[in-house]
Ligand binder design. Structure first.
Ligand code: GSH
Length: 195
């Protein structure tokens, strides 16, 4: 059995999106981070950094329980567990590089965009969108097939509202967001009520 610990933030919904895509039965445990549920000693045993999301798989590798935190690690873990969303052997390098592009560039920059008064974040966000937009020209997904390289950035980029960084200026990215957002798992993750 899978137990997902999450709350309705972009990182929490990323874990939920991946759990839905994996198609395995899971229990959703709502961790109210406004109330401080992530700071309890019980939760700190799951994630010592006291952040959501986290996942416990009672039947991890070798049939033993596995605990995973960091939303991107949850995406990789469930992709490996199900053998899906990692691309064919030939496509796997594309899945890896775009997943890491999102994890190490897009998630941190868009996470602070609009919250920190520093034009360098706007410039980095625009450069990242420009790279994505050029790559997505004539393509449906970041790799050849739909993969975690699409799942990882979705909840962060979906609904970005910023005066200077407008996704509509990057039409291939906007269309990709619509394609991902049309997936039942994405809809479920975005509409899940918390609290
Ligand atoms: N890099 C981590 C970030 C996790 C994170 O920052 N979670 C936030 C919610 S989005 C949290 O738990 N905040 C509560 C706190 O900081 O006390 C991931 O992707 O899982």
């Amino acid at each position: 059995m899978l137990d997902l610990y999450a709350w309705g933030t972009t990182n929490g919904r990323r874990g939920l999106f991946m759990a839905e895509e994996a198609g395995l039965a899971f229990n959703l445990h709502q961790v109210d981070i406004k109330r401080g549920d992530q700071k309890t000693p019980e939760y700190a045993r799951i994630n010592p950094y006291k952040k959501i999301p986290a996942l416990i798989d009672s039947e991890g590798p070798g049939g033993k329980p596995a605990t995973i935190f960091e939303s991107v690690a949850i995406c990789f873990y469930l992709a490996e567990k199900t053998g899906r969303f990692l691309g064919s052997a030939a496509d796997h390098p594309n899945v890896l590089k775009w997943s890491m592009f999102h994890a190490t560039n897009v998630l941190p920059v868009f996470g602070v965009l609009g919250r920190v008064e520093d034009p360098s974040f706007e410039n980095q966000a625009k450069a990242q969108l420009d790279a994505m937009n050029r790559h997505l020209e004539g393509r449906e997904w970041f790799a050849d097939d739909y993969s975690i390289a699409d799942i990882i950035p979705f909840t962060r980029l979906n609904g970005v509202a910023h005066d200077a960084v407008n996704i509509a200026d990057y039409p291939n990215v906007a269309q990709w967001l619509e394609r991902v957002g049309a997936r039942p798992a994405a809809k479920k993750a975005l509409t899940q009520k918390f609290g």
